[in-house]
Ligand binder design. Structure first.
Ligand code: NIG
Ligand code: FE
Length: 416
């Protein structure tokens, strides 16, 4: 490993980070390491060491840039493990329907919701999707997100899904936030297949999944397993095909109704299961047996006016829990992980330490990146957030404004 520090951040009042390269389950989820009055040295894009200025002296020379953190809190860069980042248009016209109590799935059934974003995404060019994505990712970075999962699922045809995945690939190349791509062609039944469910399932299995795998367009395959969208049986077929083609799997499970999504997630098992608002005891027990990571999305519960997932039960069962934004134009039009972090604390009753693990190490594990990001440890990517806060409780106690002061990505100060 490089021994020259390109950057030394000194005068960090409190560094709070999980450690280890596996997700921390249950009570261990809240066991983080803290260091008072420390410095962090980074070089070649990775962390070199944590310690006093004296302890890090061997890494530092005349070329080392020095940043004074002014005694504030530092954490690992945040990892957003669940977003629908790339799409055309927005859906502000649905706000009035929502205020009149029209349910989310009814809006979809009448050709709106996800299907309205499908029309707008198909109408957008690849360059337009990329241009919009650059702006969105910059806002995420300003709010502390340094790694982010991004799903397709607003194309719903081979060509249009590929366009979205190519936009994600391009975005990964041209801006600082690291992206992990997920294919989600099974996000809704496209209008042209409304009388031929089996035809679309076969298109996914026989054409889209093989193409995505062959061209390495995505690492994960996800599906919306929900009443009126894809059944548990269809989800099993599609995710099994994805796995046979070498894709890792995720599932939007039991978001609104418990239709067997969490049970399936535990049985296959999938790498992660997302939402889980309505997951029952059987589903959670299956996930615990299968070792499936739970990705919970409190900003979606908040925006849709739904209950909050049973996170205390998950943690008691030893299920690793990640918290993510679910950024998308329909059920969570919020780019910042800070709102979900506050909600996880207030509504799930997670401790600040448990939430920190949920948006760093466990989130990294949920997208297959626990070996490279999610903690401040020598050799991991030097992704660090400095907060306008003296300690960890402070960022959970305050809410509604951006509390991030400085963001370092791969050892370079990107936001200051
Ligand atoms: O995770 N639930 C399904 N998919 C997204 C919403 C997508 C949309 O409404 O555009 C979600 O909430
Ligand atoms: Fe989602």
């Amino acid at each position: 490993m490089n021994s020259h520090a390109d950057l030394l951040i000194k005068n960090i009042g409190l560094l709070a980070t999980p450690t280890g390269s596996v997700p921390k389950a249950g009570a261990a989820q809240g066991q983080i390491e803290t260091h008072e009055n420390v410095c962090v040295a980074m070089g070649g894009g990775v962390f070199l060491g944590v310690g006093s200025e004296e302890q890090l002296r061997s890494f530092v020379d005349a070329d080392t840039a020095v940043l004074d953190a002014g005694g504030c809190l530092a954490t690992p860069g945040l990892v957003d493990a669940h977003t629908h980042l790339v799409f055309g248009g927005w859906r502000q016209h649905e706000l009035g329907l929502k205020l009149h109590g029209v349910p989310y799935l009814d809006i979809l059934k009448s050709g709106g919701g996800i299907l309205s974003t499908v029309r707008a995404t198909r109408a957008a060019s690849l360059d337009e999707l990329v241009g919009k994505g650059v702006g969105l990712l910059h806002t995420m970075l300003e709010h502390g997100t340094t790694t982010c999962e991004a799903k397709s699922g607003y194309g719903l045809s081979t060509e249009e899904e590929k366009k979205q995945l190519l936009a994600i690939r391009k975005l990964d190349d041209i801006q600082p936030v690291d992206l992990v791509a997920t294919f989600m062609g099974a996000h809704a039944l496209p209008e042209e297949y409304s009388d031929d469910r089996e035809g679309y399932v076969r298109l996914l299995i026989e054409q889209m999944i093989p193409l995505v795998a062959k061209e390495r367009l995505a690492e994960f395959c996800d599906i919306f397993c929900e009443t009126g969208v894809f059944s548990a049986e269809e989800s099993r077929r599609i995710l099994t095909a994805a796995r046979e083609h070498g894709l890792k799997t995720k599932i939007h499970a039991d978001e609104i109704d418990a239709i067997g999504g969490a049970v399936l997630a535990g049985e296959l098992p999938t790498h992660s299961a997302e939402h889980l608002i309505a997951a029952d005891d059987e589903g959670l027990a299956a996930m615990a047996r299968g070792g499936t990571i739970a990705v919970v999305l409190p900003a979606t519960s908040f925006y849709l006016g739904k209950p909050f997932a049973r996170v205390q039960d998950m943690m008691s069962l030893g299920i690793p829990v990640a918290v993510a934004s679910d950024f998308n134009p329909g059920s969570s039009p919020n780019l910042s992980l800070q709102l979900p972090m506050n909600l996880a604390c207030y509504q799930y009753k997670m401790t600040p330490e448990q939430v920190l693990t949920a948006v760093t190490l466990n989130a990294a594990a949920a997208i297959g990146r626990a070996e490279t990001v999610g903690t401040v440890e020598p050799g991991k990517k030097a992704d660090l957030v400095l907060w306008d806060a003296p300690d960890l409780d402070f960022i959970f106690y305050r809410y509604g404004n951006n509390q991030v002061r400085t963001v370092v990505k791969n050892g370079t100060v990107m936001i200051e």
